[in-house]
Design a binder for this molecule. Structure first.
Ligand SMILES: NC(=O)c1ccc[n+]([C@@H]2O[C@H](COP(=O)([O-])OP(=O)(O)OC[C@H]3O[C@@H](n4cnc5c(N)ncnc54)[C@H](O)[C@@H]3O)[C@@H](O)[C@H]2O)c1
Length: 268
């Protein structure tokens, strides 16, 4: 028996990284999972792993930079599993070419990041909400970032997209609370995923040293895993979180708790 037995969840960017962890986490709790991703090989592999583990999942190929794809993903969830109970808007990109200040950010990068990281969250919600309402309610969890609250130099478009995700979360939570649709966000800190490894691959250190260094910056002293985020998302969708909506949850090893003046060396 899982806490999500019989429920249907769509995970965008559900093949790899945090999305892959969430797809597996929901399946382990009995949900039927639509793994929506641009990467066909990785998507099929994640579905195969879930099925080998006794779970249920279907891969739907989708490019969330294309405005027509969210509607098709929701329609395929309805056709395959009869509806949608939970939506984990997770897909996101942060290409290294986007590490620029405002004047050096190109319109192409801005549009690519905003369309995938923010517009697709709205479009997926737009089409999933009526289906959830027909089933008596549902839960949307949006993947933001600690960078939606505080930032770092040279992440112009990414930071704007994540701030937008937090604002969209608050807005939709108000508009749908009385329809039994809860809307929440998670804010991961540094998580060991292909995106993170790509982001630090330009550094003059070996990858494992760079990953360890990224983890050492957090009070807990390690980098997070996709499962660290998936566990919280699975909880937020459950009835145990039934009084939560319009809120974001930091899952960051304590990063957001410390001040810029914190002396971590002394604290440890
Ligand atoms: N990794 C971190 O440290 C971190 C921290 C904070 C927030 N986040 C956020 O978490 C989310 C997931 O990040 P991740 O690190 O797991 O990323 P990732 O790159 O490791 O995985 C992203 C997944 O999305 C898919 N994808 C990418 N572009 C797509 C598109 N246009 N259409 C459909 N699928 C697409 C990829 O194929 C992949 O399966 C993102 O929104 C990211 O901003 C990540």
């Amino acid at each position: 028996m899982g806490i999500h037995d019989g429920k249907v969840v769509i995970v965008t960017g559900g093949a790899l990284g945090i999305g892959g962890g969430a797809s597996r986490g929901f399946a382990r709790e009995g949900a039927r999972v639509i793994v929506a991703d641009i990467n066909t090989d990785a998507g099929h592999q994640t579905v195969d792993e879930i099925k080998a583990d006794g779970g249920e999942a279907t891969f739907v190929q989708a490019d969330f930079s294309v405005a027509a794809d969210p509607r098709r993903v929701v329609e395929q969830s309805v056709a395959r599993y009869g509806g949608v109970d939970y939506l984990f808007n997770n897909v996101g990109i942060q290409p290294r070419t986007s590490y620029t200040n405002a004047e050096d950010t190109t319109e192409e990068i801005w549009d690519a990041i905003l369309s995938i990281n923010l517009k697709s969250y709205w479009l997926m919600s737009k089409y999933a909400i009526p289906v959830m309402r027909d089933r008596g309610g549902g839960v949307i969890v949006n993947n933001a970032s600690v960078q939606g609250q505080q930032s770092a130099p040279l992440v112009t478009a990414y930071a704007a997209s994540k701030g937008g995700v937090l604002s969209l979360t608050r807005q939709m939570s108000l508009d749908y609370a009385r329809q039994n649709i809860r809307v929440l966000a998670v804010c991961p800190g540094s998580i060991d995923t292909p995106l993170m490894r790509d982001a630090i691959s330009g550094e003059p250190r070996d990858m494992e040293a760079a990953i360890a260094a990224a983890g050492a910056n957090s009070p807990i002293g390690r980098i997070g895993s996709p499962e660290d985020i998936a566990n919280v998302v699975v909880f937020l969708c459950s009835d145990k979180a039934s009084f939560m909506t319009g809120e974001f949850v930091n899952v960051d090893g304590g990063v957001m708790a410390q001040g810029a003046w914190a002396d971590l060396g002394r604290a440890r």
